[in-house]
Ligand binder design. Structure first.
Ligand code: AMP
Ligand code: MG
Length: 425
């Protein structure tokens, strides 16, 4: 068993991220691609708009024919037909004629401008086609026409690799002819809870049992970052039981997260099992909550490997260490670029906080806009800060970072607060 040594958060996270690459591409129908990240640049298959078409309901005309038109000196044209969206124009706009056109209708040959219906004597809406139309305004060439390719041309880049596909990107991809798109595969995350005291939620509790809340919070955190939870339930505090679940998890997942059983207690067997089935780095990370962290890699029969995380079992520690260590890994696997952290804001600490000098504290706070300082917040303690106390976690808007080095942080200092807003990807 390696001796645990004290690591900074940055060192621990950097060592873990060294082992992580974005997952391989898969082709998905657009309807399933929301939130995924493109593995390659995507080019337009179609030119948009594919042909000159009308931006208005009105009349397609020859610009020169209506150059002198005003409400007083209207120009009357013979109406030779109609073009609706989805139909090719039947006919040609000769001098002295016009064609009724609807929004999206293909510009008929001969016409070079559109006069909107409000600028004519024709009734709006679906009235019968008039014989003639009186035009009340001039229309320069191109008026109310959406030109071929004025949005994008076939072969142009639509979106670069690394784009996270949102609803707007889906609109563009669909319009430009894509029914499928290549995106990074979604990481699968096996979740295992350890502890003799645990009972699945919803089941009757024994006299010394508590609900397994970590499996629930971990599955929600995995889903919220856009990965897929694979729930493997509870293993009792026994090396054989833990090994069995871990071996199952390794086959099923890219990442395996175990909660509990990583401290130094007699029943903390997770570290031994990591060592047996793969590698183990056991770290004391200089953070609070969440000091002990077991990390490892286990080989898979397919030649790949599964990353192993043994998180401390106290529910707040489990939550915070997932945030700090596992979430960045899953983001990178999903193909997200950048430092993989969450947005943070600056805030003034409203109450004093006591903490251990050697560790960086992540304090559950609520945020209130600071009326005296534009763009700044006041950070109030969200409740009791014990690593078992979930009420303050549920109430918190974020985690205030109190740096290592000082034992206590007085009220009034400026702190960075990681925002915990739910981001469903
Ligand atoms: P451990 O890390 O196994 O020593 O557990 C530390 C504390 O967290 C103990 O009070 C456990 O009962 C509690 N705990 C461990 N796992 C869970 C879980 N899955 N759900 C709720 N509490 C847990
Ligand atoms: Mg335990």
């Amino acid at each position: 068993m390696p001796r645990p040594h004290l690591l900074s958060l940055e060192e621990a996270r950097a060592r873990i991220l060294e082992d992580v690459l974005p997952l391989r591409p898969e082709s998905l129908p657009l309807s399933e691609a929301l939130g995924r990240v493109l593995t390659e640049d995507v080019a337009a298959l179609l030119t948009l708009p594919p042909w000159d078409n009308s931006a208005m309901d009105g009349f397609a005309v020859r610009s020169e024919a209506v150059a002198a038109a005003t409400p007083e000196t209207a120009v009357t044209l013979r109406v030779v037909g109609e073009v609706a969206a989805g139909h090719e124009p039947a006919g040609y706009v000769e001098p002295g004629t016009a064609m009724r056109i609807l929004t999206g209708g293909m510009l008929p040959p001969g016409a070079d401008a559109v006069v909107k219906v409000e600028d004519t004597d024709a009734p709006p809406g679906l009235a019968a086609l008039p014989q003639t139309v009186a035009i009340h305004v001039a229309a320069p060439i191109g008026k109310n026409i959406r030109r071929t390719g004025s949005d994008v041309r076939q072969g142009d880049q639509l979106l670069p690799a690394g784009t996270r596909v949102g609803p707007a990107a889906i609109a563009l991809l669909a319009a430009a002819g894509h029914a499928h798109v290549n995106v990074h595969r979604r990481p699968r995350v096996a979740i295992i809870a350890t502890g003799d005291e645990l009972t699945p939620i919803g089941e009757p509790l024994g006299s010394a049992s508590i609900p397994d809340s970590n499996s629930e919070s971990l599955a929600a955190q995995v889903t919220a970052v856009g990965a897929e939870p694979v729930r493997l339930g509870i293993a009792i505090d026994d090396a054989g039981a833990v090994r069995e679940r871990l071996l199952e998890g390794i086959l099923a997942a890219d990442v395996l997260v175990v909660s509990g059983g990583v401290s130094v207690g007699a029943h903390d067997v997770v570290k031994d099992v990591f060592e047996e089935i793969g590698t183990l780095d056991l770290w004391r990370v200089a953070i609070q909550p969440g000091k002990p962290l077991a990390y490892g890699r286990a080989p898979r029969p397919d030649g790949g490997h599964c990353l192993l995380f043994g998180l401390p079992g106290n529910p707040v520690s489990t939550f915070v260490t997932f945030e700090l260590f596992v979430r960045p890994v899953l983001r990178r696997m999903r193909g997200e670029a950048g430092d993989q952290g969450r947005p943070s804001v600056r805030a003034t600490l409203a109450q004093a906080v006591s903490k251990s000098a050697a560790r960086r504290a992540f304090v559950r706070v609520t945020l209130e806009p600071d009326l005296e300082r534009e763009g700044r917040y006041l950070a109030h303690l969200a409740g009791g800060q014990g690593s078992y106390q979930l009420t303050a976690l549920a109430a918190a808007d974020g985690l205030a970072i109190i740096p290592e080095g000082a034992a206590d942080a007085p009220a009034g200092i400026e702190v960075e607060v990681i925002r915990l807003d739910v981001e469903l990807t």
